[in-house]
Design a protein around this ligand. Sequence first.
Ligand code: FBP
Length: 560
Amino acid sequence: MKTIQISEQISPLQKARSAYQPKLPTALKNGIKSLKIVEGAKTTAADNADEIKEMFSNLYGLNIVTFEQGNHAVQQKTLNVGVILSGGQAPGGHNAIAGIFDALKEANPENKLIGFLGGPSGIIEGEYIEISDNYMDEFRNTGGFDIIGSGRTKLESEEHFEKALKVCQKLDLSAIIIIGGDDSNTNAAMLAEYLKQKDAGIQVIGVPKTIDGDLKNEHIETSFGFDTATKVYSELIGNIQKDANSAKKYWHFIKLMGRSASHIALECALKTHPNITLISEEIAKKNMSLSEIIDYMADIIAKRAEKGKNFGIALVPEGLIEFIPEMKTLIANLNDQLAKIGDKEEYNSACGCDQRVEDIKNALQAEDYKLFDSLPNSIQIQLLLDRDPHGNVQVSRIETEKLLTEMIEEKLAEMKKNGSYKGKFSTMTHFFGYEGRCAAPSNFDADYCYSLGYNAFALIQFGLSGYISSVKNLTKPTEKWVAGGIPLTSMMNMERRHGKMKPVIKKALVELEHAPFMEFSKNREKWALEDCYIYPGPIQYFGPSEVTDLATETIQLEQN
Ligand code: FBP
């Protein structure tokens, strides 16, 4: 076990904020010992039910559960619980752990919370700390995952599971809580199934985290961190809009994190009303090619130039490149080619970037070759970077915003020649992602995460495994939030990863027929040519409720 250090230095905001007591839903308010569990409907899978049933024979088909105030009997024995933060940072992770910690100590002060260090690898390698009262207090209502760190190791192989089981047995753990996104909660389901098969008596519960907002469904209304991160990005976009509107000389191209889904770009657009926002899901639906996207953007730039406006703001979702159908095919084929390279480390150290680009190019079929060859060299190299441990292209490392500005520049030069464009095009590119992932959680995320954590322990207390903590009814005041659990397998389907079909939690992409996108699409033409910019300003932690407790536009539109 590692020793822990309590930091002496904290900012005045952190000090004031540490006194904030997150609010709980009414069902959980009277304490962890005053609960009753209500069984809801039986579940199936999001898709490919037969395959999921076969692979998760112990977990498949469990019932949805909700909590109400009551006095159902629960496990009385002392519990040691392990917690893992998995994947990218998201505001509120510390509060999720605080919720688990408070519930666990309330149930029995002898209970222990073990924090595995550095993400899922902590449970494989047996790296951990015991979270104490003082240590926990230092992190309440703060951003970051530094309480125990995070990582992207995929808990997937039999060897990983065996090692994790040994570590859990050594620590006499009754349960593990995995706080993560879709891939990490897939890991949680696989581990839960393995431990059930082994009759190990160790429960696994997931908690829905990710700024990307793509881990959601009817029961998980939003993943935690989305609210705070989009507020931070929208503040920055608003500031840039002010600057653009003052200087009137730059087009700002802003790439926004969010991996595949465009929820972050859409939410920020609804909050700030920029001139152009690309939504990857729409581009895929309309089957748009890269050159059609360039034409669309160049047309708006030219129309604004006609009005004397050689400035503007364009939002670009991080995952755009994977949604352009021709690029999607190219990436899938690149993935297959890259999967064929035996020892990647050896190959990468033996060959320089240019050689790797040449080798791959020569392995591609004619259509892919042509497209790959037409891309700037920097983008070619970025497309060949290692996939993450879950097989995803690391879209945060592909400079799509620069690709677009370069190609638009060429297009506008052509248009200048034929007289259809007479403006000036000076650009600034930005990438907002890391700026928002560790911000101090908004009141919403502070309350939501604390409730999710507290509720995760309630699920453990009632002996459940293979569930994700669910808190819903989120546009209502906290008292009306509904707490419970959803079987992880009910959110799963089969997808191709690393060249093979794998069971994974289905990503929730932007739905084009749902209210948030429709609201955007109703207004975008006006936002393109007129300057309807909104400046949301910084997150407010203190003050009137209408500024401190604003729910996201996405959730408000989805629920009204
Ligand atoms: P999670 O899905 O793990 O929550 O990560 C979200 C994210 O912030 C994405 O938006 C982004 O593409 C990715 O992490 C970046 O990963 P890394 O932190 O490894 O650079």
